[in-house]
Design a protein around this ligand. Structure first.
Ligand code: AMP
Length: 283
């Protein structure tokens, strides 16, 4: 695997590959990799794409009281994991490389970034859109791979690609879970043993409601059941639970197959925020 740290070098490297007809698949990450990230690399490789993963902990998407400095950076292990799935290129820029000066531009998306993560993490999606658009310009991939786990992020990226006419196909890959159902996340390593046991409550609540939707369509009732069910796991705080349309993220009154209902849950286990989601009907 090639490890490239400079923007001009990766641009040149990819240019040469494109000239000989190779298509590029891109997997942006913040590192501390796990099976979830690797599934995105595998999806890219299985399409026969020259696969570029990036590892960059993006300061622009962290709020002032968030974990930017303490975010895990086990880069040696990340390199081993990427090699184990045959990733072709790791783009590993420094903060100075990506942001030699404070950027002047701001990207906003009023509609999709009002609620949910946006409400709890001010400026988060603006930081995500900034870094992803910079990375898209640098890597100029044909395909880019994102995890369903970050459902709102997927909606925002798809909209950004449409609005800015990026010639990139966005592929959304299903959430990879631990054996008990907990969605894999780089932040799971912050959980104490006791918190780890509680954490499964999010998945169990999603499954509980997914079963219930067979005979209960009213989302107010479903949400009431969800809040009652999740309570017993003892989360420190439930940031939000909602049932939304998969494409518009608009809150639904009724959960029918046709309006593609997705349940979103974000809860805090100790100080760790855990987010997850599930389609209430297989799509
Ligand atoms: P992150 O490093 O957390 O920014 O995540 C990088 C990419 O991996 C994003 O597209 C995430 O949605 C995706 N991802 C994170 N966790 C999982 C998971 N458990 N299953 C599938 N994709 C994931």
């Amino acid at each position: 695997m090639e490890i490239i740290t400079h923007i001009t070098d990766v641009i040149n490297y990819i240019h040469v590959k494109k000239v000989i007809g190779q298509e590029i698949g891109f997997v942006p990450t913040m590192g501390a990799l796990h099976e979830g990230h690797l599934s995105l690399v595998r999806a890219s490789k299985s399409k026969g794409l020259l696969t570029v993963a990036s590892v960059f902990v993006n300061p622009a998407q962290f709020g002032p009281n968030e974990d930017f400095h303490k975010y895990p950076r086990p880069i040696e292990n990340d390199i081993k994991l990427l090699e184990s799935v045959d990733c072709d290129v790791l783009f590993l820029p420094s903060v100075e490389e990506m942001y030699p000066e404070t950027p002047n531009i701001q990207i906003t998306m009023p509609f999709l970034t009002q609620k949910y993560e946006a409400e709890h993490r001010k400026g988060h999606f603006e930081g995500v859109m900034l870094v992803v658009s910079k990375l898209f310009n640098i890597i100029s991939p044909d395909f880019a791979f994102f995890g369903q786990k970050d459902f709102q992020q997927c909606a925002v990226i798809k909209q950004m690609v449409k609005d800015l006419s990026y010639p990139i196909k966005i592929e959304i890959i299903p959430t990879v879970r631990e054996t008990d159902g907990l969605a894999m996340s780089s932040r799971n390593r912050y959980l104490s043993e006791e918190e780890r046991k509680k954490a499964v409550g999010i998945y169990q609540t999603l499954m509980y409601i997914k079963n219930m939707v067979q005979h209960e369509k009213n989302t107010k009732n479903l949400l009431r059941h969800a809040y009652t069910f999740i309570e017993k796991f003892g989360f420190t705080q439930i940031d939000y639970i909602d049932i939304v349309h998969a494409d518009t993220l608009e809150t639904l009154q009724e959960a029918h197959f046709e309006n593609k209902p997705v349940m979103l849950i974000t809860a805090r286990c100790g100080t760790t925020r855990l987010l997850d989601n599930m389609y209430l009907y297989e799509q």
